[in-house]
Design a protein around this ligand. Structure first.
Ligand code: GLU
Length: 404
């Protein structure tokens, strides 16, 4: 089953369980989907064509919201699934947005910095008609960063002959970004883990984190501060493992020096991380890694999904039977879009907040969302993903029924 099929099946089930299956046909497809094909000048002087997409799944609870990814694997179905997840995520996090997602089919490893800048500008020009600070607000996602957002914001503003910082979030702090945005996804997940540790009174807690990118690295940093023993961290090349715990500082140093996470103790294969006997397994890299083949080997008690869609529907069924506690992506990684919302509010009011204020608000918001999720899950005795989907779909249906 593809991700989109998985996403739709989960949506259908959730709507059915809240007695609102009649809205499935309304929500299975995005409200609007655009494909753009545009030329970019390469350093060689040659012009090359690139393909991109923007999927606006829903604007029922607010403007569309969601990142832009640059990857050779970007395709129509993936972008549609990711935009549906954004609608659900913003509903679970209780921020006033719908859901959207965009992407460009490109391997950024083959581009120079100036080629990437031109590509970013051409893509935003190509989708400019469908985005806007009250329509659809992009942000970073896989392989895009605050740098890309700054170019895109500048391009969009130039075209409109006025500064419009609120058209895009995840910008650098020096270019109307929000303090705390770069840490937000990882810290948000760590705040949820802190809640779990406190409520379950867990001791000598261990975690394994798959990935050490923009979302994963701050999670490792925060978990270490919370006293969690992060025993393994992996990247695309391998897994750094030490049963006594890895040091965040050493991981960062090593990554800067060698471009990979180095072992403090052992170096294991890349996929071995999924099999470790830890309290918390945190997939924070790519989609579909916990699947039919890998799920049987999962030994963790909790899975906290920082990546979007790391677990397939078939694997979910096995995890549910194994009684693994699932904190699904639409809740666990919602810290990023929550602080994107704070950034948008700051851009539109001109009132810029301290990092302490941003992180305090994030902590409060994500803990509230988690507690609401936990209460429903425990009351109904249901699997984590189902709980989060029920909350999200209820809020979206309420928006439809109230407005129409
Ligand atoms: N790309 C991130 C996500 O999947 C952030 C989206 C945003 O900040 O709008 O949640």
């Amino acid at each position: 089953m593809s991700q989109l099929e998985d996403a739709r099946e989960n949506l259908r089930e959730a709507l059915k369980s809240i007695g609102k299956e009649e809205y499935y046909s309304r929500l299975e497809n995005p409200e609007r989907f655009v494909e753009v094909n545009f030329p970019v000048s390469m350093d060689s002087g040659e012009k090359k064509m690139f393909k991109g997409f923007r999927s606006q799944h829903s604007t029922l609870r607010g403007p569309g919201k969601g990142g832009i990814r640059f990857s050779p694997d970007v395709n129509e179905d993936e972008v549609k699934a990711l935009s549906l997840w954004m609608s659900l995520k913003c509903a679970v996090a209780d921020i006033p947005y719908g859901g959207a997602k965009g992407g460009v089919v490109v391997d950024t490893g083959n581009l120079s910095e100036s080629e990437e800048e031109r590509l970013s500008r051409r893509y935003i020009d190509a989708i400019a008609e469908v985005i806007g600070e009250n329509r659809d607000i992009p942000a970073p996602d896989m392989n895009t960063s605050s740098r890309n957002m700054a170019w895109m914001m500048e391009e969009y503003s130039n075209d409109n002959r006025e500064l419009i910082p609120g058209v895009i979030t995840g910008k650098p702090v020096e270019a109307f970004g929000s303090k705390g945005r770069s840490e937000a996804t990882g810290y948000g997940a760590a705040y949820i883990i802190e809640e779990i540790i406190e409520e379950e009174n867990l001791k000598d807690v261990t975690a394994a984190v798959q990935g050490f990118g923009n979302a994963a690295a701050p999670a490792v940093e925060k978990l270490e501060q919370l006293g969690v023993n992060v025993v393994a961290v992996s990247d695309s090349l391998g897994t750094a493992y030490d049963e006594n715990g890895l040091s965040y500082e050493n991981l960062v140093k090593c990554e800067r020096k060698h471009g990979e996470v180095c072992p403090a103790g052992e170096k294991l294969s890349r996929d071995k991380i999924l099999e470790l006997d830890v309290d918390f397994l945190i997939p924070a890299a790519i989609e579909g890694v916990i699947n039919e083949e890998t799920v049987e080997d999962v030994k963790a008690d909790y899975i906290v999904e920082i990546a979007n869609g790391p677990t397939t529907r078939k694997a979910d069924k096995v995890l549910e039977q194994k009684d693994v506690r699932m904190i699904p992506d639409i809740l666990a990684n919602s810290g990023g879009v929550t602080v994107s919302y704070y950034e948008w509010v700051q851009n539109r009011t001109g009132d810029y907040w301290s990092k302490e204020k941003v992180l305090e608000k994030l902590s409060e918001n994500i803990r509230d969302a988690y507690r609401q999720f936990r209460d429903l899950r425990d009351e109904e005795e249901i699997y984590g993903r189902e709980g989060a989907y029920r909350i999200a779909t209820s809020k979206i249906v309420e928006a439809i029924e109230t407005r129409e």
